[in-house]
Design a protein around this ligand. Sequence first.
Ligand code: HEC
Length: 159
Amino acid sequence: MNLKKADEKMQNLSKDGKAPLTQVVVALLLTIGIAVMLSVTLPSSPSQAASEDYNDIENEFEGDAEAIEYGRQRYARRCAYCHGGGGAGAKGPSLTRGKFKYSRKGLTSELYSIIAGGIPNTQMGAFGRLLDGDEILKIIAYIRQESARRAAEEQSQDE
Ligand code: HEC
């Protein structure tokens, strides 16, 4: 019913010659609007955004092979008996699924404060005294690399 009314209205409008102009203006505005939206969203490609999403604070050790090896050794010593070898999860949850319970996005700052401060009333202790800031960041860099490696492995199994 409403459609029919709108239709009639359009016909009336075009009769007195106003409709074409309004339509042209609306179309122009839409085009400009879409162009503006595109220019705002395009520069960061989706894949780029995804891999950098969690880096709210810069972790200079990410991708640094030596630092990651150090992180791996620290992890093996301090974390593996609860979180499993390679971050796979044992007594504590897996840390390499790219998903976290206490941190919505797995932000570097959040993981850092969990590791340094622990989680009250759980077996997850505070490591802020045992590990210094760089050591924690190196462990996080190791966890990131393991997560990426695991995701790639799972993807290749799916294919
Ligand atoms: C004594 C066992 C134990 C040790 C050792 C341990 N954790 Fe945990 N950790 C846990 C448990 C259990 C949880 C989950 C608590 C819960 O879900 O209630 C946890 C949770 C976490 C979380 C949050 C996970 C999430 O899903 O949000 C992170 C991150 C974490 N641990 C990192 C580490 C790191 C890094 C180390 C080594 C420096 C470490 N943990 C050592 C037991 C441990």
